[in-house]
Write a protein that binds this ligand. Sequence first.
Ligand code: B12
Length: 507
Amino acid sequence: MRILFVASEVIASEPMGILQLSAICKKEGHDTQLVTLDRNEIEKVFLDYKPHVVAYSCMTADISSFKKADLKILNLISQMPHNVLRIMGGPHPTYFKEVLEEMDLDAICVGEGDYAIIKVLDAFKNSEKLINIPNILSRDQSELIKELPSKLDELPYSDRDILYDYVPHYQYMGLRSFVTARGCAFNCTYCYVHAYNEMFKGYGDVVRRRSPDDVINEIKEVIQKYPETRLVRFADDTFIYQVNDWFLEFAQKYKDEIGLPFYCLMRSNTFTDEIAKILSEMGCISVGMSIESGNPTMRSRILKRYIPDKTITESFEIARKYGINTYANTMLALPGGSLADDLHSFRFARDLKVDAPTYSIFCPYPGLQLTNYALENGYLEEGFNYENKYGSPSILNCYSDKEKAIQVRLQHLGPLFTTLPKWLSPLLYFLIKLPLTALYHKIGALFEVYILSTKVFKNIYPKNPIVFFKIAFDSIKYAHKANDDSNSRVAPILNLEGGPSRDIKKG
Ligand code: B12
């Protein structure tokens, strides 16, 4: 069968979910293709490719674009010589199961779809109902049967061809991402991991690892197939928690058999001197290690990040000691916080001497503990609009419009001034009061591209100037898409993870 995977856009960070599922489908003899919504060509691709299955991979921030695209697909399905199955997976249906009825889809995948997708394709091929398939809800199955894929070594390696067949110039990027584990052991209140861990409690270990050999062999294969590979990114939410047999074995093999520079995500309370020493000997050049708030009470009580100031300060000193650059996000406009808190968070990040600091305005998504805290404490009204992203002004009512505007400007100018000498900070406090948001956005966007590509994801841009500008143009386009009211930021472009904190992101 022909499966058309749909993502919102292609950016420097590979859509690892789709790459994994495409590999699984190809291994079973199916054909796959990718299309992204940002290029507005889904109808043409659909009519040319005539897929049997349309497989949406959706984040909540993009749901409205997927809904629009699906209406176009529905209009064209009648022209197909065969039935077409419409299924959605990814974070949005995982946390918003109601999308099944909202979009009248044939099925949704709740959680990881590695095993589920083949069972769905087999049932569809045999014109059987989509029932009794773990992690799948459908027109005929409203009770969710759950599973947590654990035998990750049995999964085929990510299919990167589906990406480079669609955007050939991206194979000249020097970056390649690898997932060594699924899940995260922490439960920060602004990230959906706590909801995921709750949803799949009792279905196996939260954090499931691939064997060192399995990861090392995949990296070797990728380097052979894509000689442009110059930087490895480990896409795990938290790469290393402690020094254990897995880490020691992986570290030795990576050093001996790969040795490429790499980036990974850590947390200040896992980034010990012992671990940092091993990481730097392996080739680690940068870590995403978020701060999220400069206020320790806010961090522990509201964000459930039990990391004291002292531990954070030590972790950044340790990074400098081993020459590992730091990429750290700090959230602004937290529920129950204040503008004074946000300015203190700026000073905290400045004094930590973060190499690549970013700031994001907290986006309340339904189902997050932090959103429930905001609702329970009256900082947010029920029925709020949740289709927001990093760049959107706060929607909380504990900030005045004037403060919200200042927070957006701080988000844009903060990264630059965090890296400038302390005596220049008063200039920032003056500038963020001026109504120059669009200008600051441009300055902020360019500065973030600069620091992320020079401090964090070094040497990933293609040498060929034509390809370079093609990808740089994509990145800028993405930055501006990040938020329609043009106070977006660039971070997502190079934020090859869910980026620190992920981003609403991750430690
Ligand atoms: C990498 C990443 C990014 C990258 C994007 C990478 C990309 N190209 O997709 C960047 C940095 C750009 C990013 C940005 C954002 N991100 Co982000 N990001 C992640 C992160 C850390 C890893 C995703 C990943 O690679 N997982 C590994 C792969 C293997 O798993 P997967 O993608 O989930 O796919 C599996 C299943 O979901 C399922 N599946 C997925 N698609 C499909 C499709 C079908 C048909 C089926 C059957 C199954 C299926 O099967 C797959 C294999 O098991 C996740 C956290 C996480 N651990 O998942 C957050 C996460 C996805 N991000 C999140 C958010 C909120 C954002 C932002 C919106 C933040 C913001 N406020 O602006 C932004 C903006 C996004 C945008 N579209 O503009 C949330 C999403 C929550 C939600 N309800 O949507 C997450 C879950 C973080 C969190 N824990 O809360 N992010």
